[in-house]
Design a protein around this ligand. Structure first.
Ligand code: RAM
Length: 517
């Protein structure tokens, strides 16, 4: 069990690390309009009408609206000066703002709202100003490239002028991503690197966040991916350490590590417990140790990681099968058709093996015995139950589903040697009917196993197809989900609520540094 005393100590350690928030200013580059377009992936495109030197100085009347483009995805506090044209304002001014990561958010009405997550994530705001002139800063931290400003109400006796429209951008990364770009990359891949770094920078704040537009919180599963990219780029070790301590400090009384943590108004957790996220904690510690060489921290947090394994092992039956109790969430991917049984077994094996490596480092002999025995049992059962020798592939569920997730996780878990893993991966890519992933999360692990199995050409092909696909569709930060055959796919019932800058998609920068040098 994890003691309250340990959790308190971990929380104090987490709170003792305050990442420095860097500020920089961005101005809108152009003023323009958003038009429907069959050429655009999401159906809308921004067309610039004119360049702006310092923000527009335009006379506004009721119902006037403008759309501004800041040139790239940014995160921060939107502010401007409002000036009076006329002698006095005989009534207040009401303004509406709509912020968009993609042009669709500016163009399509948010209501009636059909999504499953809170409508309030969508970035619109109405403010009323009783005195003009004044300087205005919107309170909320917005994630956007485009902003639409609409004059909702104004009295007959004056007009207004905007001046100094800008965004006070914030990040705990170094804002100068150009310093980190890998100049040795072929030119066509340099853009991937830049988009990756911008994605990661825009999701680094007081903790790592999944997306700066929506969720804005620290998610456990996403963590390995963004931390991995961070180690090889901005290398903000303190921020990673803070997050590790935050997760450990929030472990529930039954030992479960929550799937996400918030820091405002005070540190607390979401309600979710995700099996395939919690089991990863030991893996995060191992990677943290490899990057930071900080044995003290990983030793301090070992119990938190081992407890996650114990919870899983309590739910493994005598044969080696994980028993799904359904009082938790098994994530794996957002693909709706995916049968997760086989992938979950593999994820458990993968992470237990990482925990074993960590245990060896820390000389945890007793725990190692338990873990080694479990890995043998679960692996033998999984191969027996899920591997179809004739197909040379893993199948999952009563429909014998062949998914990328099953093959990727089983090969990542190294249940077979590298040669056989390579054969399985080749079989997968030559099989016509497979269930493909929809998130960069699984594409990441796909690339990782391809590189590990020395299938670099295939890895590069997928990188260009998937992350390159987003770039060719206008992305300058990578998205939460991308399904090239279904532009409006959303796990939440409305594609406008998807996040278009999502840290788990920032890993091309990691691959370039790890496998391209
Ligand atoms: C969503 C976010 C997050 C992911 C969870 C499972 O809310 O995309 O990144 O970790 O789902």
């Amino acid at each position: 069990m994890i003691s309250d005393e340990a959790k308190k100590r971990w929380l104090a350690k987490a709170c003792g690390i305050s990442p420095k928030i860097n500020h920089y200013e961005m101005h809108p580059l152009t003023i323009g309009k958003v038009n429907q377009s069959s050429k655009s992936f999401f159906g809308w495109e921004y067309i610039a009408d004119s360049k702006l030197e310092e923000g527009p100085s335009i006379a506004f009347e009721k119902s006037n609206e403008i759309i501004l483009d800041f040139g790239e995805h940014i995160v921060g506090y939107f502010n401007f000066d409002i000036e009076l044209i006329g002698t006095s304002a005989g009534g207040p001014l009401r303004l509406k703002f709509i912020f968009g990561e993609i042009p669709s958010e500016i163009a399509e009405p948010f209501d009636p709202y059909t999504g499953s997550l809170s409508r309030a994530w969508l970035q619109d705001e109405i403010i009323t100003l009783e005195h003009i002139p004044q300087k205005v800063t919107l309170k909320r931290r917005y994630a956007f490239q485009y902003v639409k400003i609409i004059v909702e109400a104004i009295s007959f006796d004056y007009q207004i002028k905007f001046k100094n429209i800008k965004c006070d951008c914030v990040t705990s990364a170094d804002p100068h991503i150009e310093k980190y770009l890998l100049k040795t990359l072929p030119t066509d891949l340099q853009i991937y690197d830049e988009v990756s770094l911008r994605t990661l920078k825009n999701t680094m704040f007081e903790t790592f966040e999944d997306g700066p537009k929506r969720d804005k919180r620290l998610w456990l599963g996403d963590f390995a991916l963004l931390a991995g990219t961070n180690y090889l780029t901005f290398n903000n070790i303190d921020l990673v350490k803070k997050c590790l301590y935050l997760f450990a400090s929030q472990i529930k009384d039954d030992g479960r590590m929550p799937a996400c943590v918030y820091t405002k108004p005070a540190v607390h957790t979401g309600t979710e417990y995700i099996v395939d996220f919690a089991i990863k904690f030991g893996y995060f510690l191992l990677e943290y140790f490899e990057a930071a060489n900080d044995l003290e921290t990983v030793n301090d947090l070992w119990d938190a990681a081992f407890r996650q394994a114990e919870i899983i092992l309590d739910n493994i039956d005598g044969d080696g099968q994980f028993i799904n109790k359904n009082d938790w969430w098994i994530f794996v991917d957002w693909c709706p058709e995916l049968n997760k049984d086989c992938a979950l077994q593999a994820i458990i094996i993968f992470n237990l093996k990482k925990l074993i490596k960590l245990g060896e480092l820390l000389n945890k002999d007793n725990e190692l015995e338990i873990l080694n025995t479990a890995v043998k049992k679960i692996s033998a059962y999984s191969i027996n139950k899920y591997y179809d020798k004739e197909l040379g592939l893993f199948i999952s569920g009563s429909e014998r589903q062949i998914s990328w997730a099953s093959q990727i996780w089983m090969t990542a878990a190294e249940v077979f040697d590298a040669n056989q893993s390579k054969i399985i991966l080749n079989n997968l890519f030559y099989t016509a009917e497979t269930v493909k992933p929809v998130t960069p999360f699984i594409y990441h692990y796909t690339l990782e196993v391809l590189f590990k199995c020395e299938m670099k050409d295939k890895a590069l092909e997928l990188l260009q197809e998937y992350w390159g696909g987003m770039i060719s569709k206008g992305a300058n930060t990578f998205w939460e989900v991308y399904d090239s055959s279904n532009p409006k796919f959303s796990p939440y019932g409305n594609y406008l609520i998807n996040s278009y800058c999502h840290s788990w998609s920032s890993t091309p920068a990691y691959f370039f540094r790890k496998y391209f040098n």
